[in-house]
Design a protein. Structure first.
Length: 250
């Protein structure tokens, strides 16, 4: 944003510039809108994956819910300041981002000169794409990668933000909206799991883990269609009356 405003300021005396007067303001509004819309879509998709896996792993959902109640309680809304006090919630978020890999490939890059990497010769002008999905599902890096296991991110000897954990791509062109996306994902996930319990519809066959991790690999990965049962958490039922569940198609 600072760089954009600097360009607008420097173009005040240049009518041919794309940043001249109201042109710069128009481009900036478009950029901000694009940033928020893209991030909101990414958060929605990631949240769908989170609810899918939490319904398939109720023990993880219970542990997540207990941490939420211990740190936040059942009355007040979560705030971003809560995240650092919630290591298990943070690990659940990391594992959702890893296993879903909603953006399975990095941005396209191009070599600016001939490069030799190990035994490979890569000529100048070659398009390079990092397979982020492959990294996140490499059994040499993540044992049993098809298993949803947040505990893998609780190891104190490993920094969750260090490679090979790359849900927002890699290099200078990492996702601009990653801070917004992480924050919104945290607030939405915690708000939902604070009040509700998500369970798999018993009338629908559960998908296999292999099917989830191997399906829908393209530019973006979306969940297959599924249905969940939505009910109040046990801590909320006393205020809301008897247990009531509704079918939630996703």
């Amino acid at each position: 944003m600072a760089a954009f405003l600097k360009e607008i300021q420097s173009a005040e005396m240049d009518p041919g510039s794309h940043f001249y007067k109201n042109k710069g303001d128009k481009h900036m509004r478009g950029m901000i809108l694009n940033l928020f819309v893209t991030a909101a879509e990414a958060v929605t998709n990631t949240l769908n994956w989170a609810l899918l896996y939490l319904s398939l792993y109720p023990e993880v959902q219970d542990k997540l819910g207990n941490e939420i109640l211990n740190v936040i309680g059942s009355d007040r809304s979560p705030s971003l300041g809560d995240l650092e006090k919630m290591p298990y919630t943070k690990s659940v978020m990391q594992e959702v981002l890893r296993i879903s890999s909603t953006s399975p490939f990095s941005n396209f890059q191009m070599t600016t000169e001939d490069v030799t990497f190990e035994t490979y010769f890569i000529p100048k002008g070659t398009t390079i794409i990092a397979n982020l999905y492959g990294i996140h599902h490499d059994p040499n890096l993540y044992p049993e990668p098809e298993i949803f296991n947040p505990d893998r991110f609780l190891d104190e000897t490993r920094s969750p933000n260090a490679p090979p954990f790359l849900p927002f791509s890699v290099g200078l062109r990492t996702c601009l909206g990653q801070t917004f996306a992480r924050n919104e994902f945290f607030l939405l996930l915690v708000s939902l799991c604070q009040k509700f319990q998500f369970s798999w519809d018993p009338n629908v066959e559960k998908p296999t883990m292999d099917g989830l991790t191997e399906k829908c690999v393209s530019i973006f990965r979306f969940t297959p269609e599924f249905r969940l049962l939505l009910g109040w958490r046990s801590e909320m039922r006393g205020r809301r009356g008897e247990e009531h569940k509704i079918i939630l198609p996703v």
